[in-house]
Design a protein around this ligand. Structure first.
Ligand code: PAF
Length: 300
């Protein structure tokens, strides 16, 4: 399969490396990372061991293949601009798979591409961008993908095979929108709290005070989901969050990694969207609001 990874950061590079074992993969990313891959290799350390020079470019105009699949792993605030640049390589059969954090990416992609071309996925793999050309796979997580309307189509089964064949253990979800909500609820505590307290994910369960805040955020975010007709239990969401923290205990969350690099964070697509929905549905948003306020005041 011809695959373009739009956004070769930590997770995009990890998936790209694994997929390149059996597919034609091209990575698109920032010049400094792409130049390191071109000059040396793309190296993955940790749970995955990989060292190879895979095709990598920093501009869409350099892409010579027509992709069957575009995997979007850019930060949520870059979705529209990245996809606008990719317009020329999208044809009517290209499938666009979003693997991003947050709840607003499908609508952003839908402004540029035809909605029926879009599928979505979530993953809890932990990975860290160590330095240009070098990624560390810090936590083996779970990956699910699905059609937005829940159908088990031929294309989704094909993509599942492509992922599983290269060792990215992936399951089909007949309710990927619900999975995206679950991921967002999990991210709504882990990402801002690890950023504010500048710690690894695992520390959130080592410190009783933080453990309690994680619980409170889970509760508020789950109530917001419920107010939107996404029925999830608070206890399940808290257990799920604990599981992700355990699986990725050695990881620095993507939000903390962005903060450390002095980059914009995805707080608006995670807690920000939860706050917007909570306000519309008249449910409590206090804790999400505080987290958003603190993270935004740290980065500005
Ligand atoms: O955004 C992240 O960092 C990841 O979604 C996760 C699973 C919290 C691991 O760090």
């Amino acid at each position: 399969m011809n695959i373009v990874i739009l956004g070769a950061g930590a997770i995009g590079s990890l998936f790209g490396a694994l997929l390149s074992k059996k597919n034609n993969v091209v990575l698109i990313g920032r010049s400094i990372h792409i130049n390191a891959i071109k000059k040396e290799n793309l190296i993955i350390e940790g749970f995955t061991q990989f060292k190879n020079k895979i095709p990598a470019v920093h501009s869409i105009s350099e892409i010579k293949i027509c992709p069957d699949l575009i995997i979007i792993t850019v930060k949520s605030y870059d979705t529209e601009s990245a996809l606008k640049k990719a317009r020329n390589i999208i044809d009517k059969n290209t499938v666009i798979l979003s693997f991003q954090n947050g709840l607003d990416n499908i609508d952003k992609i839908g402004k540029i591409a035809v909605r029926k071309q879009i599928i979505a996925g979530t993953t809890t793999h932990g990975s860290i961008f160590q330095k240009p050309g070098l990624i560390k796979h810090t936590g083996k997580g779970k990956t699910v993908i699905g059609e937005l309307d829940g159908r088990k189509t031929g294309r989704i089964m094909k993509i599942l095979d492509v992922f599983n064949e290269v060792g990215i253990e992936t399951k089909f979800s007949k309710n990927i929108l619900k999975e995206m909500w679950i991921k967002t609820i999990v991210n709504s505590s882990i990402n801002p709290l690890t950023t504010i307290f500048q710690c690894k994910n695992g520390y959130l369960l080592e410190n009783p005070l933080l453990e309690n805040i994680v619980k409170k955020v889970c509760e508020e975010s789950t109530k917001i989901a419920n107010s939107e007709g996404i029925y999830l239990s608070i206890e399940d969401m808290y257990q799920k969050t604990r599981e992700v923290i355990d699986d990725t205990s050695e990881n620095y969350s993507s939000m903390f990694q962005s903060y450390k690099k002095g980059k914009k964070t995805e707080i608006e697509s995670i807690n920000g969207i939860l706050i917007k929905i909570g306000k519309i549905n008249d449910v409590d948003i206090t804790i999400n609001n505080i987290l958003l306020y603190i993270v935004n005041s740290m980065v500005n």
